[in-house]
Design a protein around this ligand. Structure first.
Ligand code: CP
Length: 338
């Protein structure tokens, strides 16, 4: 794909080459993310960071990534403080915010809302999560983390075994990650969830049709053995009709040190998109694994900054100008003005 000026709405836009390109640019961002080098390549550029649902990681890391490239960030963090609460349409909001920004990241509770918003935007829009549908930047950072963790073990993504655990029906991160993995070969998926919270059938069908093996089970301990990676998820309470309904499933699948040691191979990497629900009645990933060397959850969050810097660099076409940012107005400026 041509990243320059592109909206990033779904992982289905990417081919394997595109993913490799993002990962290569992300590798080059490490010195800047660690403050060992400074770039001002996006000096004067503005990110519109529009979050109409709660977020810590996605909002902050997109903002930090833009700042680390020298740009400025303007944010909306709540529907209540936005004129959307007065009935303003996504179309009008997109037209307005894209007049103030050079690129927009948007999170919204409705499936398809970011795609609709992007159609009216005059600048590139990145999907920061649309309801239970997709979270493309999370999938990229998850896959980047998986690749790095496998590299240590001289393993490749092709042929890997991954178990996804929890609320696979509502979890947009597992929807996007699974579909990104479609591009690889011979992956063994174990999908562990309550019967009512299974991975959507259209996604499992696509995985099977692409030659991957898929085992669906409600038995967590049986599904944990023989995996390179465990990808745990939270019960997505905000997608249920009531807290009471979410309570039915909360705490059913928990990983702690004892369960991990009893069932998993010693090298199995533990991932979670976060936030994990650390309340006693949930606790899907116990704090007693916090010091475990295979716990990659905070490597994931660190990698999120690199991936999001790479996404901005490619979309704004400055990936080869980061080292020499002396020229002014070097970012992508071809706005779609009427
Ligand atoms: N993983 C993720 O999307 O986290 P936030 O909801 O905190 O952004």
């Amino acid at each position: 794909m041509d990243f320059r000026g592109a909206h990033i709405i779904s992982v289905n836009q990417f081919g394997r080459d595109d993913i490799e390109k993002v990962f290569t640019v992300a590798d080059n961002m490490e010195l800047y993310a660690h403050r060992q080098r400074i770039t001002r390549v996006l000096d004067g550029a503005i990110l519109g960071n529009m979050f109409f649902e709660p977020s810590t990681r996605t909002r902050m890391s997109f903002g930090c990534a833009f700042n680390l490239l020298g740009g400025h960030v303007r944010e909306t963090t709540d529907v209540k403080t936005s004129s959307i609460s007065k009935g303003e349409s996504l179309y009008d909001t997109a037209r307005v915010i894209s007049g103030y920004s050079d690129v927009i990241v948007m999170r919204h509770p409705q499936v398809g809302s970011v795609a609709e918003f992007s159609k009216a935007s005059r600048v590139p829009v990145i999907n920061g999560g649309d309801g239970s549908n997709e979270h493309p930047s999370q999938a990229l950072l998850d896959l980047y983390t998986i690749k790095k963790e496998l590299d240590f073990k001289n393993r490749e993504i092709d042929g890997m075994h991954i178990a996804m655990v929890g609320d696979l029906k509502h979890g947009r991160t597992v929807h996007s990650l699974s579909q990104l993995l479609l591009l690889y070969k011979n992956i063994h998926f174990t999908l562990i969830s309550p019967e009512e919270l299974k991975m959507p059938a259209e996604i499992t069908k696509k995985l099977q049709e692409s030659g991957h093996s898929v085992l669906e089970t409600t038995n967590m301990e049986a599904g944990l053995s023989d995996n390179d990676t465990l990808y745990l998820t939270r019960i997505q309470e905000e997608r249920f009709t009531s807290k009471l309904e979410a309570d039915i499933y909360r705490g059913q699948f928990r990983l702690n040190q004892a369960i991990y040691t009893r069932n998993c191979q010693p090298n199995t990497v533990i991932m979670h998109p976060l936030p994990r629900d650390s309340r006693n009645d949930a606790n899907e990933l116990d704090n007693d694994l916090n010091q475990h060397p295979n716990l990659a959850i905070f490597r994931q969050t660190d990698n999120g900054v690199l991936i999001r810097m790479a996404m901005f660099a490619l979309i704004l076409d400055i990936d080869d100008k980061v080292e020499d940012s002396s020229s002014s107005v070097s970012w992508y400026t071809e706005r779609r003005f009427e």
